[in-house]
Write a protein that binds this ligand. Structure first.
Ligand code: F6R
Length: 654
């Protein structure tokens, strides 16, 4: 891989961590790291390096021995390799692969098996020889496992070792399934999975109880012996563990830190996963900076929190003693700078998210005119609108704008079977109560009830139960939107096809997905679009829904009505915009916050025991309220007005 960092702004810091003589320390990472704007760009670079290695081995008449990983991190790499095979003739005939791990026990035909994963994402699409594929066997008896593991090691050794190992990183810091506590000298072996890994895997197994407690994994030493190692991490949810791996001491509690011992390892991350790295978070502490206005704002917000002072009380000394003397030299003194930054932050606050009619809007986030705007709110799942911007939605309606809400996906897989059964039984009772002659409907309901009752442990969602689950979420979304004052004819259900697999794994985006979003925007001709700009999970539904909107916007860019359209991004249930990135902060009074909570309560199927809880055990309304209150307290800490809560938005320029 060439040492290119896609974003040229970052090349300032492109010197490896070193403490040689008086040389400037410009990076804090202890493993060579490349940051890309997104996971696609990073994955393309990794795929390119793999392809070059395969081809150079082929030219030398040698086999290429690859160590492969599963999970969401390498998915785009495999997709790119498949593309290269199909379009550019990249051959895998000289490739031998060893996968890192497999759940234990696991039937290779099982939906969650890594055999199936590799087949679906890579092997069945390329010309690799079946006999060259090695994946730990999840079907062995406990007596056979030990010998299998030793043989796995010997096979790798006999082939001359791994030329390249690719890795992801778990939130526990595992590489392969080497969980915290793994020894540096460990080899291929059975291991007990950490409870965090089990809870992260729950979404693939439709619940935590079905996740195997054990796995077979290559060891740390097996991985470290590879001649080249590339670890990939994408998304905000990896940012904390990525920082520990790159900036922390080597420790068995974060096994990925062992990669600091490898002479030829590279960590490839996107900006979201790099978020907590010192060179990203506090570049002024790392080396000389180009002080853009946005970087100044970021630095000052950080400084306020560091010295626990509001903006207007920051002194020259505060700046000088926190790595910002360069900024001070550029600005002359802190006085003017403080006032300018204070004003910038203050101008983000508005109780008029659709613009304040008749007011001077020079420094307001939204235009005063037209006084009545057409607003289109996109909600990836049926509850994101009220969770993330319920208060703003209420205000937009109250302030007389024409508010449309578009639910992008049905969200059906997040409804529990017992809820679907309850509704199916009510519907069936209603039909018989009404003495309905429609036997087709009755038959359908009898079948669904039967399927749901006799499902046992199966994860499968049959089409009848999926239909009912979609309708449950549709009903909840309608009730919540109505409660916020949105008119029935302005509530739109897009049911985007990419989502409709009945499983966590979705289809790729298709033309129909794009068309549905495009057509609605063209029909509404909005002055404002709100969308979920949530990048916590780069392969998750929110990111896909955002990609679809972005593609539709790119196609619509030249339409006259689009020139008048502002796009505002809110964040989903999981996290908020960093305070320095907020372009519009809408305050909520205690009463408005209560009303928002009520709107969220309409989503009853998502209360108490949610199917996809993630690592945060709080309910959605609790997360939303705590997040909104936290934003208000951060504003307060900067010396800005003290509110109960804020909903935050970032403007997207397209
Ligand atoms: C997969 C593996 C794991 C994953 C890690 C990250 O074969 O060994 O270490 O790489 O759990 O998983 P994702 O990529 O799904 O975030």
């Amino acid at each position: 891989m060439s040492d290119i960092i896609v974003d040229p702004r970052k090349t300032n810091y492109d010197i490896r961590h070193q403490k040689v003589g008086t040389k400037e320390l410009t990076r804090f990472e202890r493993i060579h790291t490349e940051i890309f704007i997104g996971s696609r760009e990073g994955s393309a670079a990794v795929a390119e390096e793999i392809a070059e290695l395969i081809q150079s081995k082929e030219r030398q008449g040698q086999q290429c021995i690859l160590g492969l990983a599963t999970g969401s991190s390498p998915i785009h790499v495999y997709a790119e390799l498949v593309r290269m095979h199909k379009e550019e003739g990249l051959s895998f005939r000289n490739v031998v692969t060893f996968n890192l791990d497999e759940y234990y026990p696991m039937d290779p035909k099982g939906a969650q098996s890594y055999v199936r994963f590799m087949d679906e994402h890579l092997f069945s699409h390329v010309d690799i020889l079946k006999e060259n594929i090695h994946i730990p066997d999840g079907m062995l008896s406990p007596q056979e496992v030990q010998k299998f593991c030793v043989d796995y090691e010997l096979k790798i050794k006999a082939l001359g070792g791994l030329d390249l190992q690719i890795l992801g990183i778990g939130r526990t810091g595992h590489i392969g399934f080497n969980e915290p506590g793994s020894h540096r000298n460990s080899i291929t072996r059975p291991i007990t999975l950490d409870h965090i890994t089990i809870s992260d895997a729950a979404k693939d197994f439709n619940g935590v109880d079905a996740v195997p407690r054990k796995a077979i994994t290559m060891g740390v030493s097996t991985i470290l012996k590879a001649r080249r190692v590339i670890l990939m991490a994408w998304g905000t949810h990896k940012a904390d563990i990525v920082r520990q791996m790159l900036e922390g001491e080597i420790t068995s509690s974060v096994p990925a830190t062992y990669l600091q011992l490898h002479a030829n390892a590279t960590v490839v991350v996107d900006e979201a996963a790099a978020f907590h790295l010192k060179r990203q978070k506090t570049p002024w502490l790392v080396g000389p900076c180009i002080w853009t206005e946005d970087l100044k704002k970021k630095a000052i917000v950080w400084l306020c929190q560091k010295v626990n002072k509001p903006i207007l009380k920051l002194t020259n000394r505060d700046y000088n003693s926190h790595g910002m003397s360069g900024l001070l030299a550029e600005e002359g003194s802190s006085y003017e700078l403080n006032i300018r930054m204070f004003n910038r932050m203050q101008h983000t606050i508005t109780g008029w998210p659709g613009g304040k009619p008749g007011a001077d809007d020079t420094f307001r986030p939204e235009r005063a005119e037209p006084a009545k705007k057409r607003v289109l709110v996109f909600s990836p799942h049926p509850d994101d609108d009220v969770i993330s911007m319920g208060g703003t939605l209420l205000r937009l309606v109250e302030q007389g704008h024409e508010v449309h809400v578009a639910y992008q996906t049905s969200g059906n897989i997040a409804v529990a079977d017992h809820d679907a059964l309850r509704f199916a039984e009510v519907a069936a009772d209603l039909l018989s109560f009404g003495n309905s002659k429609n036997t087709r409907h009755q038959l359908f309901l009898v079948q669904v009830i039967d399927q749901l009752k006799n499902k046992g442990e199966s994860n499968e969602n049959l089409s009848g139960s999926l239909k009912i689950k979609s309708l449950i979420r549709r009903g909840e979304a309608k009730a919540a939107a109505r409660f916020c004052g949105v008119l029935d004819e302005q509530i739109h259900f897009l049911d985007l096809p990419f989502y409709e697999t009945g499983k966590v794994k979705k289809k790729p985006i298709g033309e129909e997905d794009l068309q549905r979003v495009y057509n609605l925007i063209e029909k509404v001709k909005p002055h404002q679009i709100y969308a979920a700009g949530d990048l916590a999970d780069p392969h998750g539904t929110h990111k896909v829904c955002l990609d679809i909107i972005m593609s539709a916007l790119a196609r619509l860019r030249n339409k006259t009505f689009m020139k008048e359209c502002y796009v505002w991004l809110y964040r989903g249930a999981w996290h908020e915009w960093p305070i320095n990135e907020i372009d519009m902060a809408v305050p909520l009074s205690p009463d408005e916050l209560r009303k928002k909570r009520k709107a969220i309560f309409f989503h009853q199927s998502q209360k108490d025991e949610v199917m996809f809880q993630g690592s945060d055990e709080r309910e959605f309304w609790q997360r939303a309220e705590e997040r909104n209150r936290e934003t208000a307290s951060l504003y307060d800490g900067l010396g800005l007005p003290e509110y109960e809560a804020f909903e935050a938005f970032k403007r997207y320029y397209f």
